[in-house]
Design a protein around this ligand. Structure first.
Ligand code: MRU
Length: 365
């Protein structure tokens, strides 16, 4: 489905209403509609998924991407996996098949695992009470809708908390896309930038283009333009030069998984930026909801890192840019050690080092 109305809606609303109105994820009761991020910003097309396999394909292809958006989409994928006509005997098999299908799509974004676990809890509870398939589906649907709303609220709170760290005139650098397209709300890192901008603190944003798939150049730039926030796209390799010329005051990025000790997995290239930030004395912040923190992963070494097709490196928009037989390595994420992170901005406030302690306390609240 082609949906220019998506952008029209995005542009037409007042900024303060943006999060309520725009989401790349639309639940229609019998199908999940996803704004296809592989073709943005050139085209705005909505994919209609009424089967879990279509949701899994959309996650794998990066039609929907960004850790929180993947988690919310997977929650709706679980709903689509339940046939309301099925017998009690069939139910469990259906659920497990859908859960495993979705779980196999992307290994690093822990919000996916988190959503599937929470969905399993809902399923077990409702099935345990002797409910029929239609009631189980309805319960999963209510839960998925609640997860979608909770992410919107978490984004808002992260924005509020993060804005306290910013100062008037800040020039902020970000990597990849951690905005509305990557979440259900206004975004994690971009939510913080947006709230800081509305508070009069952000002068401009440096947007790393984020090779190989250009989430920064295509998606973050698209979002910042619609939010009315001044920005420049820069080649990934330019970050060091800008930092050395004192053109960056603050860095804020999202995360795909944060280990219990505060090590952060995020889009490849994030670690490079963090090392440069330390070298130049610029604070490097990570914004992420608690659902991105994985207490069962002790440190960054234990985070599974997704490796994707070399074609994403050797081709740009389908056109081969390397020699035909050039081998390529496509590691999709890297790990930034906790010691390089000045603060983790969450919906319960800004966590400070040592992260082992501050993360534990955040979950106790
Ligand atoms: O491969 P992607 O595009 O899903 O990677 C996304 C990122 O690395 C984002 O920075 C991260 O998920 C933060 S989402 C708010």
């Amino acid at each position: 489905m082609t949906g220019p109305e998506a952008c029209a809606t995005f542009a037409a609303v007042a900024d303060s209403q943006l999060t309520e109105v725009f989401s790349p994820i639309r639940w229609q009761g019998d199908a999940l509609e996803l704004l296809d991020q592989t073709v943005l910003p050139r085209r705005q097309e909505w994919l209609r998924c009424d089967q879990p396999q279509q949701v899994a394909d959309a996650i794998y292809r990066l039609s929907v991407r960004g850790a929180p958006a993947i988690g919310v989409s997977a929650a709706f994928g679980l709903v689509l996996g339940i046939d309301p006509e099925s017998s009690a005997d069939e139910l469990k098999g259906q659920f497990v098949e859908t859960r495993d299908l979705l779980a196999a799509t992307r290994p690093t974004a822990v919000n996916l695992v988190w959503a599937l676990r929470r969905g399993q809890e809902v399923f077990d509870r409702v099935v345990g009470s002797g409910a029929d398939a239609s009631t189980v589906r309805a319960a999963l649907e209510q839960w998925a809708i609640a997860e979608h709303r909770a992410d919107i609220e978490a984004n808002r709170r992260m924005g509020e908390a993060g804005a306290t760290l910013f100062e008037r005139g800040d020039r902020v650098l970000t990597h990849c896309n951690a905005g509305a397209l990557a979440t259900a709300g206004v975004g994690t890192a971009l939510g913080v930038i947006d709230a800081s901008f509305r508070a009069g603190k952000v002068e401009t944003v440096w947007v790393d283009e984020t090779r190989p798939l250009l989430q920064g150049a295509r998606l973050t730039a698209w979002e910042l333009g619609r939010l009315g926030i001044p920005y420049h796209v820069i080649p990934d390799g330019a970050a060091g030069s800008l930092l050395s010329r004192s053109m960056v005051d603050r860095i804020v990025v999202g995360a795909d998984r944060i280990a219990a000790n505060g090590d952060v997995a995020n889009k490849i290239g994030t670690y490079t930026v963090a090392v440069l930030a330390e070298r130049h004395g610029v604070p490097f912040y990570v914004a992420a909801p608690l659902s991105t923190i994985d207490l069962e992963t002790p440190n960054g070494e234990a985070i599974p890192i997704e490796e994707r097709s070399p074609d994403e490196v050797t081709r740009v928009f389908g056109t081969q840019v390397t020699p035909d037989d050039a081998p390529a390595l496509n590691i999709a994420f890297d790990v930034t050690p906790a010691e390089l992170v000045a603060g983790i901005i969450t919906e319960v406030g800004v966590l400070s080092p040592p992260y082992g302690d501050s993360i534990s306390r955040a979950f106790e609240r």
